[in-house]
Design a binder for this molecule. Sequence first.
Ligand code: B4P
Length: 190
Amino acid sequence: MLNIVLFGPPGAGKGTQSQHIVEKFKLIHLSTGDLLRSEIAAGTPLGQEAKLLMDDGKLVPDEVVIGMIDNKLKANKDAKGFIFDGFPRTTEQAKALDDLLKSNDDSISGMIALEVPDEELISRLLERGKDSGRADDQNEEVIKNRLKVYNDQTAVLKDYYSKQGKFQEINGLGTIEEVFGRIENAIEKA
Ligand code: B4P
């Protein structure tokens, strides 16, 4: 199976690029952000709890997102592979993902990190916030908090995958097509 972790700070282009990757490589797209927003839209207790954290730019508890991914992996046993978008975001999530895949004799093929400077991330997210309806994209303080959370808790995963020989970093600046071209090259090497 081809299992790719698409990595990067908020606004780096993970969601955008995942759509192109799914089309080309026929993988199943698993975005914990999208799964949480579906829970919020459905008004479930999980969604109500997650909304409070997401609106502040904080992470949802590990066990919640790990449980959601576990369910999706079990529901898609015949998949050609997965693109993990916005997951894992902590070392605990990365270890859990390795264990879940291992129980199916599977593993992560590679992690691709999109690198984009903070000023560009802030401007992209504020732009999306104008019409996305996402509270976490509308306030610069919340966006800065998301970047802080990324630097404090998530960026460390570059080392985690580097130690496994699975880490590739690419430039996330340029047109969506240019960035996708770089991702295609990286996937071929994964
Ligand atoms: P996510 O939904 O993962 O959202 P995100 O980090 O903002 O990235 P996204 O994928 O949406 O942005 P993209 O780069 O595609 O997370 C939201 C929240 O959910 C988190 O803060 C957290 O609270 C919670 N959560 C999610 N997963 C979790 C987990 N595993 N553990 C705990 N909590 C979790 O796009 C951004 C914008 O840039 C778009 O408008 C796009 O059009 C634009 N863009 C993309 N590529 C571009 C390019 N090349 N040039 C110019 N603009 C571009």
